[in-house]
Design a binder for this molecule. Structure first.
Ligand SMILES: [Zn+2]
Ligand SMILES: [Zn+2]
Length: 272
């Protein structure tokens, strides 16, 4: 895996880019706009230039937490589609290919129907979005009514979206563990990865989120722990990161603390 962190953008996007370089990372994830606001932030010329000239880092964008294409609240699906469309245009300007997105929450309207809505929405958005952008569905812990906690649901989302070149999966280790997929030993990692391969296919994983879990297996709670301080542990994560099939896949830590802490976590798991 390619060591990376979720980099804070408190100092702006360009400063996040230099942080990644200073920490010696080869990949990174950012929010291109405030993740808790509907109103998007336009990309500046300086940002476009700095990102465009950077030839070494693999940067991934993470979508706003507000986005839910399957929401039953009247304006939310529309606001979500608009925000996603704007995000993909920002990414195009910054030269970012992959957008990581949490599939959504059905809010008790039924899982199957919600998955169909999400897939149809993503398909529509990608059809009109810049062609160099693509969307990754992230597996979730299954907290509340969130979707994407099972490999079967992820497979369904990909199949219904039916744009194999523009979609894929971001696999979060903390979320998978919380959703009941054991990763707390090397054997458990093998079994879980094999299961994912059978249901979805390993080639669909384009990004990993490498996080330990503060909560037990199957807790359905999304609480990231520092690497080695949770119920998964350092060794199985190192084992996962060393699998040859994931050699060129970014492994992004989203653990608590500072960018520096997250870089330490990334280097504990992955070789630079
Ligand atoms: Zn994640
Ligand atoms: Zn999480």
């Amino acid at each position: 895996m390619l060591p990376g962190i979720h980099a804070s953008v408190n100092g702006g996007l360009v400063s996040a880019l230099s942080t990644l370089h200073e920490l010696g990372l080869v990949s990174g994830q950012i929010f291109t706009s405030n993740q808790k606001q509907w109103k998007g932030r336009p990309v500046t010329q300086e940002e476009e230039k700095e990102f465009g000239e950077d030839g070494t880092l693999t940067i991934i964008s993470h979508a706003s937490y507000l986005i839910n294409l399957s929401s039953i609240k009247s304006r939310v699906p529309w606001l979500s589609a608009k925000a996603l469309g704007e995000e993909l245009i920002r990414m195009h300007r910054l030269g970012i290919h992959w957008l990581v997105m949490h599939p959504g929450a059905h809010l008790n309207a039924g899982e199957d129907q919600a998955i169909e809505k999400i897939a149809a929405g993503v398909r529509k958005i990608l059809t009109i979005a810049p062609e160099d952008t693509a969307i990754l569905f992230e597996n979730t812990a299954g907290q509340g009514t969130t979707l994407g906690y099972s490999f079967e649901q992820l497979d369904k989302l990909l199949k219904l979206t039916d744009m194999p070149d523009r979609t894929g999966i971001c696999f979060d280790t903390c979320h998978a563990f919380a959703a009941g997929y054991d990763l707390s030993s090397n054997d458990a990692v093998l079994r879980t990865i094999q299961k994912f391969d059978e249901v979805v296919g390993l080639e669909r994983i384009k990004v990993f989120h490498i996080n330990d879990s503060k909560k037990e297996l199957g807790s359905r709670l999304d609480r990231h722990a520092r690497i080695g301080e949770g119920f998964i542990g350092l060794e199985p994560l190192q084992f996962l990161a060393s699998m040859e099939v994931f050699n060129n896949i970014p492994g992004i830590t989203e653990t608590p603390g500072s960018d520096f802490d997250r870089a330490n976590d990334a280097f504990a798991v992955m070789k630079s």
